[in-house]
Design a binder for this molecule. Structure first.
Ligand code: BDP
Length: 684
């Protein structure tokens, strides 16, 4: 199995007899481009059913209105061999069909009747694809959308991707990099957008694009991109008309402005709201929306003033703009204040925009989390944020209820997941990484669901119903994020990867002396960023008072975020009674030890999984086991060298169960110097 069908394999189900499945399928819309038609096709691959939208169902069956259905929601009714799948709209009907098929594929043939509605209207992916076919932070080969500067001609993979997304109820895809190339607006490419949208439309997935703010100058030939200039407004109106001509149902625009060197409205002293509303006006007549990223910061922060805290940037830029964004603008906020780290506190911006639509940005592609070479099942991390109660105005204010629009009564909101699929048949570059994509869709639909239950659905659909397969993949996956946090960066210090470009292996030294503002402030005696109001950068004060008070005090800050909020000596005693430095040492040994068990557990499944996927996964898990030791020793030795405090258990420096390069003889390899030196023994 090469992974191309992801969790939609429709493998034979043990115990299913010939009459378990109904024998005829009635799809109520025969138009080939309609989601109901596709729903019928999907069902034909497995069963027999009536499927349609609510309107179609009422007309065809003369039945009454089904109360309780919301946009994109569905009703699934299984009674013996009679099955009804009714969507509030056609998209919902397709979702219901996939839900039914997912039950069958998991061996669940019981009668049921229920309605399922989405938590939020926006359930999109972002793809950071470049027009030349490369993908920023993508680990599965070149783009399925672009090649050599243009939209691809062959859209087969795009339709296959839309099918996978529809099955997890994703309804929109932004197809190009947030660091956007304006030549996407050329006639040939706009035509290409039409082709891509046509391929995705039958799956209820809408297309949207990222824009480059300076396109009026770089592409339109104007000498300005000032958002209030009439020629600039006309330029964007014109571009928008052209795109909607090719893609009448385009979802909207995504904009990264004034961040990491990208152009934006601040260049002309216009606010970010003025910049966002420029696009909002253009797409409004077409029903489009604008996702405006809150990831706005200067990547040349002067470290000589360490109170220039990058974590403060989003609230500093956006707080005073609350209420100034048009109703079809959604501010898209990364889950934490910095950048997809292994552990971050919830972004306080969610608590500062009460009259603005918001969405959360999550990262499925594992940029800082091992880049698909490490198994890291991320939903437990996402849940720390989605379930976090920000106590806005002293009232329950979970992030999931803010972005759904419920808490502040906003018309729009939801989820953006950075996926970055590629042409590799595994989509993400690793079979096991697909659990993150599957769970992303499931959580965007229902953020109250349990990450382990979601995982187990994915395992059954992907690898079958064998109990050992279920139990071992569950164990490895649920242990993977804690293990990764243990052998990378602990106590809220961030991931400690190389910060300057790759974001992959260990490089704690690169975390300071850089303009990117991802600082640890580690010296001989102490470590951590003081972000308190009393002595630090003031970041803790961006939260509502009840939450701010927790983080302001050393006593109440949870251990796992201690170094995010406080600068403490290595000898500081944690709530768990270890010192900071001993916790680092112990966690790194524990994390690497857990990673050693993954290939062992996996090997026991050899006869229960097809050889192709078995070998591919085993290769990666072996790599992870080795790389976790590199991580362990690099980080431990770095902080031992800094602090001169020995490991109480005497391990640091001894490299238990590590094979040294100088003790190996490998044909065709030659030794090289390694940077940072802590990653190797004797620098080699
Ligand atoms: C960072 C990535 C960079 C992205 C940026 C963003 O390293 O490639 O362009 O985020 O989200 O994490 O805009």
């Amino acid at each position: 199995e090469d992974g191309l069908n992801a969790w939609l394999r429709y493998a034979p189900v043990p115990g299913a007899s010939g009459n378990t499945f109904p024998s005829a399928i009635v799809a109520l819309n025969k138009t080939k481009s309609s989601p109901v038609y596709i729903a019928g096709q999907e069902l034909q691959k497995a069963a027999s059913v009536v499927v349609g939208s609510l309107d179609q169902y009422m007309t065809a069956t003369n039945s009454k209105y089904i109360p309780g259905l919301e946009v994109d929601g569905f009703w699934l009714n299984v009674k013996g061999s009679s099955v009804q799948i009714v969507g509030q709209n056609e998209r919902g009907a397709l979702y219901g069909a996939f839900e039914y098929l997912s039950r069958l594929a998991q061996g669940n043939f019981s009668d049921i009747s229920y309605i399922s509605n989405p938590s939020a209207p926006i359930r999109w992916t972002n793809e950071w694809d470049n027009l030349d076919g490369s993908i920023e932070r993508g680990y599965a080969g070149p783009s399925i959308f672009f090649k050599d500067g243009y939209v691809v001609d062959n859209v087969t993979r795009v339709a296959q991707y839309a099918r996978i997304l529809a099955s997890i109820r994703i309804n929109g895809v932004i197809i190009n990099n947030v660091n956007a190339n304006e030549t996407l607006l050329s006639d040939r490419n706009v035509q290409g957008l039409g082709r891509l949208a046509d391929a995705m439309r039958p799956y209820g997935v809408k297309l949207g694009i990222s824009l480059n703010f300076s396109s009026p100058r770089g592409f339109g030939g104007l000498d300005t991109f000032d958002p209030v200039d009439p020629a600039v407004i006309a330029f964007w109106g014109n571009v928008t008309e052209r795109i909607y001509h090719a893609v009448p149902d385009m979802a909207g625009y995504l904009v990264k402005a004034n961040s990491e060197g990208q152009p934006g409205p601040l260049t002309y002293n216009r606010t970010l709201a003025v910049g966002a509303n420029l696009f909002a006006n253009a797409v409004k007549p077409h029903g489009g929306i604008v996702m405006f990223r809150a990831f706005v910061y200067d990547n040349h922060i002067n470290e000589s003033n360490w109170k220039n805290d990058r974590a403060n940037a989003a609230v500093d830029f956006f707080k005073d703009l609350d209420g100034k964004f048009d109703d079809n603008v959604v501010v898209q906020i990364k889950y934490g204040p910095i950048d997809f780290q292994v552990r971050e506190p919830t972004s306080p911006l969610f608590a500062n925009l009460l009259q603005t639509n918001t969405a959360i940005e999550l990262q499925i592609t594992q940029e800082y989390l091992g880049q698909q070479d490490h198994l890291v099942y991320i939903p437990p991390l996402w849940k720390t944020v989605l379930d976090f109660d920000l106590r806005v105005e002293g009232k329950p204010s979970k992030v999931q209820d803010i972005i759904s629009g419920e808490r502040f009564k906003r018309p729009l909101g939801g989820y953006a997941g950075v996926v970055n699929v590629g042409t590799n048949t595994t989509w993400l570059g690793s079979h096991l990484a697909m659990s993150n994509l599957y769970a992303y869709g499931r959580l965007a639909w229902d953020p109250t669901s349990d990450p382990q239950a979601i995982l187990q659905d994915w395992i059954r659909l992907t690898f079958g119903l064998d109990p050992a397969v279920l139990s071992f993949i569950t164990q490895m996956s649920m242990e993977s994020w804690p293990a990764y946090e243990n052998y990378t960066g602990n106590l809220g210090i961030q991931t400690l990867t190389d910060i300057l470009y790759t974001h992959f292996g260990p490089n704690p030294a690169s975390q300071d002396d850089n303009g990117w503002g991802q600082w640890t402030r580690a010296d001989h005696n102490a470590i951590g960023m003081d972000r308190t109001v009393s002595n630090g950068t003031g970041f803790a004060g961006q939260y509502p008072p009840e939450v701010a008070a927790v983080y302001e005090s050393l006593e109440t800050t949870p251990d796992d975020l201690l170094l995010w909020f406080h600068h403490v000596p290595y000898t500081y005693n944690l709530h768990c009674r270890k010192t900071v430095i001993q916790y680092f040492y112990d966690a790194h040994y524990a994390g690497a030890e857990t990673a050693q068990t993954f290939p062992v557990l996996w090997s026991t499944l050899k006869d229960k999984i097809d050889a192709q996927r078995y070998e591919d996964v085993l290769f990666r898990l072996n790599f992870q086991a080795g790389h976790s030791i590199v991580w362990r020793d690099a980080i431990n030795e770095f902080y031992f060298n800094k602090s001169s405090i020995p490991d109480a258990a005497g391990r640091v420096g001894n490299h238990p169960y590590r094979i040294e390069a100088e003790n190996m003889k490998l044909c065709g390899y030659k030794p090289v110097n390694v940077t940072p030196f802590e990653m190797a023994s004797n620098f080699r």
